[in-house]
Design a binder for this molecule. Structure first.
Ligand SMILES: *Cc1c(COP(=O)(O)O)cnc(C)c1O
Length: 249
């Protein structure tokens, strides 16, 4: 049976409270300040009507992995003050859309996209926060730079003055083997440590966006400062992940 609006509101509030408490617990276990971890609700496939309810439940930021879907939602929900974060691969020819409404882009992995996005943002008179995506699992299906390419890549970013580089983003391997997932997060922490020493002036690598519904506590244990959580807040998506991550399986 479909839930009415009030039931949906309560459901989302309850799920949010549960996730937030688990974040606090994971921080305590890791000896970290819970304020050092930001929860980014991921709203892909969730309808605009439901997002209105989510907003009322306290979701001010929303992460979307497809620019077209995000753009449509941002138009329908214009009257709300939502901060949109694009967390999926961007094609160069779509950079102009992102530049118009997004507050953040977490999936930078090419110079061509950096160049086009910077140009479009300059046109709009805007600057946004940007994370460099790293393929920490080495799977061919995943977007992101190979770990060994990150250092040289970031050296070329200071010219793009509308991109405020804040950190790194990754998707860990999809595996029920915690050790393999953890290895991905550890690799990210190591890359972050190197960049903090060696990155060009003006770029910051304080943020590590890693961890999703299935692995955010593990990610926090390894230093995540942003966790991107969808299904634990909004319920299971109707189709398998391979549908939402083109190129995966
Ligand atoms: C869908 C998605 C998430 C969230 O995954 P859940 O399993 O719903 O928590 C996180 N990051 C990216 C890039 C995504 O596309």
């Amino acid at each position: 049976m479909e839930l009415n609006e009030e039931q949906q509101l309560n459901e989302i509030k309850t799920n949010l409270a549960t996730v937030k408490q688990r974040i606090i617990d994971a921080c305590k276990q890791a000896g970290r300040d819970p304020a050092s971890v930001r929860l980014l609700p991921v709203t892909k496939t969730v309808s605009p009507e439901r997002l209105r309810i989510a907003y009322a439940a306290g979701c001010i930021e929303m992460g979307e992995n497809k620019i077209q879907e995000a753009r449509e939602k941002s138009e329908v929900l214009q009257d709300l003050n939502i901060k949109w974060s694009i967390i999926g691969h961007l094609q160069t020819n779509k950079a102009k859309y992102l530049a118009r409404f997004a507050n953040e882009f977490q999936a930078l992995d090419s110079l061509k996209v950096a160049e086009e996005l910077d140009k479009r943002l300059q046109n709009e008179g805007r600057a946004i926060d940007v994370y460099v995506q790293v393929n920490s699992s080495g799977e061919v299906s995943k977007f992101g730079l190979p770990p060994e390419a990150v250092k040289d890549f970031v050296k070329q970013l200071p010219v793009f003055s509308s991109l405020r580089i804040k950190g790194l983003m990754t998707l860990a391997i999809f595996s029920s083997d915690h050790d393999r997932v953890r290895q991905c997060f550890i690799k990210m922490r190591e890359i972050q440590a190197i960049l903090r020493q060696e990155a060009p002036a003006g770029l910051s690598f304080e943020e590590l966006s890693m961890g999703m519904s299935g692995d955010y506590e593990l990610a926090i244990a390894e230093g995540a400062t942003v966790v991107r959580v969808g299904q634990a807040i909004f319920g299971k998506r109707p189709l398998p992940d391979s549908h939402y991550w083109p190129g995966l399986g």
